[in-house]
Every structure is written in C-alpha cells, then in structure tokens.
Ligand binder design. Sequence first.
Ligand code: P70
Length: 470
Amino acid sequence: MTNPTPQTMGQQFGRRSWAEPWKIKMVEPLRMVSRDERERALVEAGYNTFLLRSDDVYIDLLTDSGTSAMSDRQWAGMMIGDESYAGSRNFYHLEDAVQRRYGFRHILPTHQGRGAENLISQVAIKAGQFVPGNMYFTTTRLHQELAGGHFVDVIIDEAHDPEDLHEFKGNVDLAKLQALIDREGAEQIAYVSLAGTVNMAGGQPVSMANIRAVRELCTRHGIRLFLDATRLVENSFFIQEREAGFAERSIAEILLEFCSYADGAWMSAKKDNLVNIGGWLAVNEDDLFEELRNLVVVYEGLHTYGGLAGRDMEALAIGIDESVQDDHVRSRIGQVRYLGELLTDWGIPIVQPVGGHAIFLDARRFYPHIPQDEFPAQTVAAELYLDSGIRSMERGIASAGRNATTGDHNRPKLELTRLTIPRRVYTQAHMDVVAESVKAVYDVRESTRGLRMTYEPKYLRFFQARFERL
Ligand code: P70
C-alpha cells in the first residue's frame, strides 16, 4: 500500500499556509533532558513548573512574558541606550511610541506590569471601593486588594465555559456592571478594569461594540475606565477578523480606536510589546498623572526611567512599533492556532475558540476522575513535563488562591493548563512536538493520579507552592 501524498497543514485545513515575516539569524541551543533527569527535577521542584530550572526544560511554554525574541533593530537600539539618570533620550522615544500607538497623553515607565498596577491601584482606589473587571488576573487583583479595593467579576457568563464558542468571550456583561453600580452607588466604584485579551479566560477578546457600551455606561455614571493593555494588540487582531466593519482597518488603527474609549492603561510590555523586561502606565487626566508621577519615584525610580535602563526603553520603543504590524500579529496568532487545530483534530479538550497567546488545556475534561481539590491542571503540567520536558503553567485552583474572608480555596470554574507561545521564538516543528506530547499524556489519562499541596505561601501561592503525588 502506498502512503497518501503528504499535505501541509494549510492544505489539510483547506487554506494556504501562513509563514513568519522574519528569518532567523541567531540561534540558542536547546537541551534534551532524559526521562530520569526529568523525574528528579520534577520532584525537586515540588511538582510546580515555576520551580524548575530552565536548564531542565526542553520547550518552554510557561509564559509569553519576557520570553519573546527581539529583532535586530531592537538589539541595535540597545546600543544607543542613554544611561543618564534623568531625562534619558530613550524615555522620550518611548513616550512618543506610546502616544502614537496607544493614544494616551501622559506616560510613565515601570519595571514591568505589576509596577504599573501598584501605582494605579494606590492612586485610584479608596479603601472599601469596588473594582469591576472582566475576570480577575492574579497580580492585578492582588494590587487592587492591597489598595483596599474589592474586585468584582463582571465578564459575560460564556467566558467561564470552555466549550462556548462566543466570538468575544472577554466582553463585559453590562447588566452585571449596572447591577453593581445600582447596588453600591457610582461613588463606590473606583474604576472599571478592562483587559483585552482576557488571560485567565483563555486569551479571549473584547469587541469594539462592548468597549463603546462600557464607555457609555461609565460616562453616564462618572466612572473611570482603565485598560490592562498587556495583550491589546492581539485583541485588535480578533476585532479585525471577527467584528463587522473592521476587516479593512489595520490593527494599528483598531488599537488606537479601542484606547480612545479609556482614561488610561497599564501595560506589561513583556508581552505584546516584544521586550524581555518593562512596563508602562498611561493616563489622560493631568491631576491624576501628577499624583502618579510623584508616586513612581517611591516604588520604581525617577519618572523618566521607572526602573528601566535607557537601553530597555529604546528596545521597548522599537518593539511597540513592530508589535502593531499586521503581518507580525497574523503569524503570531497563526502559530497559536496551528497548535490548537492539531489538538482539536485529535479530540483533546481545550478552551474554544483558541485565543491569542496560548492554548489552554481543559483539565476538568482531561482528568474527569481527579477532583478540583487534587489540582487536575497542576497534574497536567507535571505529566507534560515528565513526558517530554515541555513546561506549561497551571491556571486553575492553585492560581485562584484563597477567599480573603473565609480562607477557603477559591474554586474557579475554569481549571486550565496553559501552553503559552512566546513571540518569534519557536517553529512549527516545535508545535508538532508539543502536540504529540499532549496526546501521549492524554492517552494514559485514566491511570494518572492528582496532587496534594504540601507548602502554601501567603501571596500568589501558585508561584512557589509545593506538591506531592497522591
Ligand atoms: C503571564 C504573565 C502578566 C500579566 C498579565 C496581565 C493580563 C498584568 C500582568 C502582570 C506573568 C505572570 C504573572 C502572574 C502569574 C503568572 C504569570 N502575566 N496583566 O504569564 O505583568 O508580569 O509584567 O508584572 O498577563 O501571563 P508583569
């Protein structure tokens, strides 16, 4: 019998293939780790992929944060870093790039996203106020709580269902937001915290229609609207692809319009913006900016460097311009989808539709016999590492932490393991290896047992918690 003619994945899915709009000129060797080494490393790490050494990892899909490959132009920019303490020329390049691409008036650099979250939370939240948002994010919610705020989830219900095919699962449920305002009073709402795409929901986008409506509601009640802009470029891609009237508009144009409805934004530039470290905070109001500019010197550094070297700010300014190019975003999300299509084809349960930055394995359906208190998503991450040295991240009950009042576990509906794809780093062949490993772990799922937590830190426990096999 002869084999059928091999087909590219593009052909198999009835379309032409996409390709990266770059070629590789420097490589970083990867180390294959033996099964014995992996077993030892996993036990030493307490079954927590955050505690593995990267030298023990083969393909690292822990995060897309700070793991992107910079371009030759960004590296060239590093050489023209102006390391003056005050008024570095690279700061003005960064300020200009954020103003042009995101449209906000005032900009402060920060060492990374959570530095900006800390500043905005301290300045814009009064103790006891509520902060409605489209699903929690770990660091964002923690800073809101440390500032005395209470986070309230106002995302649409569909976002909590990994099988629901809603095209904009990041949308705010306006009725939930209105009900909160009616119940607590507008003066008790610190601001609306809107993220696009929504990380914990699976990288799901917010539509332009939704932010317009949220803006309208906020204006009516005199409430500010701030964005988590970490993956807003990727959000813009989904608007271009899915929302009527945007197909002919560039991602850069869509991004600018989206930001025009907000009063400001915080940014982890380690994602969309293609740098290994950095963040920024941007607002339009003069008075608010004055307060933030004063506070930044307490936590980050002078307002013209905010914890970054001049060279970091230059790489970031260049990265911002590169990050909004249509061909870049198309190939970045194309690669994520490629992996998603393989897994879907093989019947492996993942969050649908596939989002912008990662594939999220649905651990509840992966291991239906493991109860949530035995950490099914953490178990998937551990088994995947054991099988092939691939590192992923738990995004379920361990990440959700404990209820601040009752002390019990938060039990999120979504119990997920994230395979996060760094930008411009891995090839299609790496995605094939990943897909095959997920399948191998899935094939032996019935004999897999869960985990018990043996050490639990107080803050953001998932980073440093330890587990053992049951
Ligand atoms: C990730 C990273 C960071 C992040 C984010 C959104 C939507 C803010 C931040 C904070 C890193 C991470 C953070 C906490 C737990 C696990 C991983 N997300 N908003 O891998 O920015 O890290 O620069 O302080 O996704 O998703 P930063």
